[in-house]
Design a protein around this ligand. Structure first.
Ligand code: IPE
Ligand code: IPE
Ligand code: MG
Length: 255
């Protein structure tokens, strides 16, 4: 990887450990160009590649990308099937590159509704990259935040049912530990592109104290520089976690 656009190095301790990103605006990007929505989704893959490499270069620990929500099945069948085809072909094309860059690939969501081909490609990619120690790239596919909490509650209920735990022993940690993000840090920074200011059922529990960053850029226009802008904005936030004291602030260091 070569040093690119920005000469700024961000001190690792200041970086958000976990960035969650709602990649939105592919359809509008295509419409502006008089093209079909799938053209926007395809262009979105280039943005994804740039953003992942940018996050890895910056030293971010975890990047979670919202690729397909549990509500996206409501879209026209044709768009859904084209998106599924795109996922399969992107997995085929990109995984080797990710592996070369030390990225650990993970998909979170209810995968049972995907085709067996897609499920196999996902497993193979996870297996290939499982020992990598670089960026953890977590793709949310057929994911919903409410569903994630629901399935955690269901697992805990089973433990109670079997007598393994008592109801009054359950803590917030039990919920965190049973979410699909069990071993990942909470979300520090949540980014959404395309000017929409909503979370759309993404990581509701994990983003309880996330800083929320909204940009008007459509997802296909997002790149490493866009990510840096969001991270630099994050570093200037004062995170209080309910406390009243001011934090000491933090600065960017010029290389
Ligand atoms: C985001 O872009 C991609 C997915 C949800 C798969 P959209 O397809 O939502 O694009 P807009 O919001 O219609 O512009
Ligand atoms: C959220 O975008 C889901 C993904 C980016 C995968 P949507 O475009 O589906 O969200 P809404 O429908 O505008 O809330
Ligand atoms: Mg959208």
């Amino acid at each position: 990887m070569n040093a690119q656009s920005s000469h700024l190095t961000i001190e690792p301790r200041l970086l958000p450990k976990h960035i969650a990103l709602i990649m939105d605006g592919n359809g509008r990007w295509a419409k502006e160009r008089g093209k079909a929505r799938i053209f926007g989704h395809k262009a979105g893959v280039d943005a994804l590649r740039k953003t992942v490499l940018g996050a890895a270069r910056m030293g971010v620990q975890v990047l979670t990308l919202f690729a397909f929500s549990s509500e996206n099945w409501r879209r026209p069948e044709k768009e859904v099937s084209l998106l599924m085809e795109l996922f399969v072909s992107v997995l085929g094309r990109e995984v080797k590159r990710l592996h070369k860059n030390g990225v650990k690939f993970n998909v979170m969501g209810d995968l049972t509704r995907f085709s067996s081909t897609l499920q196999e490609k996902i497993s193979a990619a996870q297996l290939l990259t499982e020992n990598n120690t670089g960026l953890i790239l977590n793709i949310a596919a057929n994911y919903g935040g409410q569903w994630d909490i629901f399935q955690a509650v269901q697992k805990i209920a089973r433990q109670i049912e079997s007598g393994e735990k008592r109801a009054d022993e359950i803590t917030e940690m039990d919920i965190s530990d049973n979410l699909l993000t069990a071993n990942l840090p909470d979300v520090d920074l949540m980014i959404r592109t395309s000017g929409e200011c909503r979370i759309s059922n993404f990581m509701l529990w994990q983003a309880a104290y996330a800083e929320l960053y909204f940009t008007d850029q459509f997802w296909p226009d997002f790149d490493e520089d866009s990510l840096r802008k969001a991270v630099e904005w994050f570093i200037r936030r004062e995170r209080r976690f309910g406390d009243a004291k001011e934090n000491t602030g933090s600065m960017l260091e010029i290389k």
